[in-house]
Each structure stands twice: as C-alpha cells, then as structure tokens.
Design a protein around this ligand. Structure first.
Ligand code: OAD
Length: 231
C-alpha cells in the first residue's frame, strides 16, 4: 500500500503524542530516559501529591517549564502547521502539554491533557495563561496554590475538550497518529472514532505499539521524516 499524501485529503486530523516533541529534545514519558522512569507520578503528577506537598510538585513543574521553554518546535511541528495553513479542514488533537504546536503556528489545538503554560485556582475557579519560569507567585490572591492546568494521573479529562476531540475525529477523512504509545486512556481510545467513521488511518512511530494493528498504514521512523514523506 502506498503512503497516503496530504494532498489527497480535505479534513486531516493529527493526533499527537510525546514522540512528536522528542526531536525538539523533550523526553517522552515511557521507555528508557522517559519521565516516568525517573519520577514517580505518585509524588509529582497527581492531585494527591499536590495536596500533600504543593511546593515539591511545583518544583518538578518548574523544572519541566525551564526544560520545555528552552526547546524549539521541530520540523514535525512545522509540517503539521504548514498542512493546516494549506488545508483549512486540518485539525490537531494533542496529548502534549508543551505548547510546541502553538509555537510552530498551529491553531485551534485541542489539548487533551491541558497545558504546562496554564494555571488554575480550584478555589476561585480561575484559569489563566502563565509562562513565567519559575512560575511565580505560586499562590493566587485568595491564598490557595495555583495548580498546573494539566490532566494528571487519576484526573478526568475536561468534558468539553473531549467533546471537541470527538467531533473532529468523527469528521476527519485522514487520521495521522504521531509519536504516541497508545496506552493512556481515554486518549488512546479516540483514534477508534475516526476508524469507525471510515477515515484513512496512519500511525507514525519509531516502533510498533499495542494499537498498531488497528491502523491501515504504519510508517516507521522519526516523526519529522515520516510526516515529510506524506507531503
Ligand atoms: P509515551 O512516552 O507514552 O510514548 C511516546 C511514543 O513516541 C513511543 O511510542 C515512542 O516509540 C514514540 N517516539 C519516540 N520518539 C519518536 C520520534 N522521534 N518519532 C516518532 N515517534 C517517536 O508518550 P504519549 O503516548 O504521548 O500524560 O503519552 C501519553 C500520555 O502519558 C501523556 O500525555 C502524558 C503521559 O502520562 C499526562 O501527562 C497527563
């Protein structure tokens, strides 16, 4: 089967994960060198940890802010943004919290797992953008800690964000999954919506994943090379 080309589709959906940002120098989550091999999420990335020790959780997120802030979007992000500029029906649904899609010029990005660059006060129900590194001040004027507006382990995904992702997946004619291990639910479930509605499906990854057999086309290589091969 020949590699599908962007030019042959009208409503392209990119479903992206940490592997897309790997070429920018941001570690992925799983596998050797992965974030969860070094840090136990129970200490750094769940609401229980934040309640127990907000300063420790913020130290971890400040480190990530500093690391991600020093990285630039790569050719993979740039190709996705270019395809979106060329084809109006293109959308991006990402599990990434790094903001690199937006920095490469992509618009309307659906961030399933929130953003490293937003904070919220759960007492006052305020959400705001914040790009300070380190994030300061750590407390809202009401006295409660700002919390990273990230979907941590054991958190539910935002319902409206999930609905928007469903709508886009149900109406795309090409689904391109890029750099995700496909093991984190409910995000990993979402590509199935596009599969059920008859979209052409492509998985880009260095390796096979548990969900690889579901895809019609499996492109093996780096995100930037494989996206370039679809131009
Ligand atoms: P993972 O770290 O689980 O998987 C990254 C995938 O990218 C793996 O399948 C790699 O083989 C692949 N990969 C690595 N480098 C690549 C490259 N240069 N080109 C192409 N593929 C490459 O990351 P995610 O699937 O994004 O959630 O993880 C999903 C969620 O788990 C994340 O959003 C995060 C994490 O816990 C939260 O933080 C809420």
């Amino acid at each position: 089967m020949s590699t599908p080309r962007f030019a042959d589709f009208q409503r392209i959906l990119f479903f992206t994960g940490a592997g897309l940002s790997a070429e920018s120098g941001i570690p992925t989550y799983r596998g050797s060198g992965g974030i969860w091999a070094e840090y136990d999420y129970e200490d750094y990335a769940c609401q229980r940890a934040f309640v127990r020790d907000p300063e420790k959780v913020w130290d971890f997120h400040d480190k990530r802010r500093a690391a991600v802030g020093a990285c630039e979007p790569n050719d993979g992000h740039r190709i996705i943004a270019e395809v979106q500029r060329e084809r109006a029906g293109t959308s991006v649904v990402t599990q990434n919290i790094d903001g690199l899609h937006q920095r490469s010029g992509a618009t309307g990005v659906v961030e399933l797992h929130g953003s490293l660059w937003r904070v919220r006060c759960d007492r006052e129900h305020i959400v705001r953008d914040d790009t300070s590194v380190p994030m300061s001040p750590r407390k809202c004027s009401c006295g409660a800690y700002w919390r990273p507006d990230i979907v941590w382990f054991e958190d539910a995904l935002d319902q409206r964000t999930l609905e928007r992702a469903h709508e886009l997946l149900a109406s795309c004619d090409l689904l391109v999954s890029v750099g995700t291990s496909g093991v984190v639910y409910p995000a990993a479930e979402l590509p199935r919506i596009a599969m059920r509605s008859g979209a052409t499906t492509v998985e880009i990854n260095l390796d096979d994943t548990p969900v690889s057999p579901l895809y019609q086309h499996r492109l093996r290589g780096t995100a930037s090379d494989m996206l370039a091969s679809m131009r």
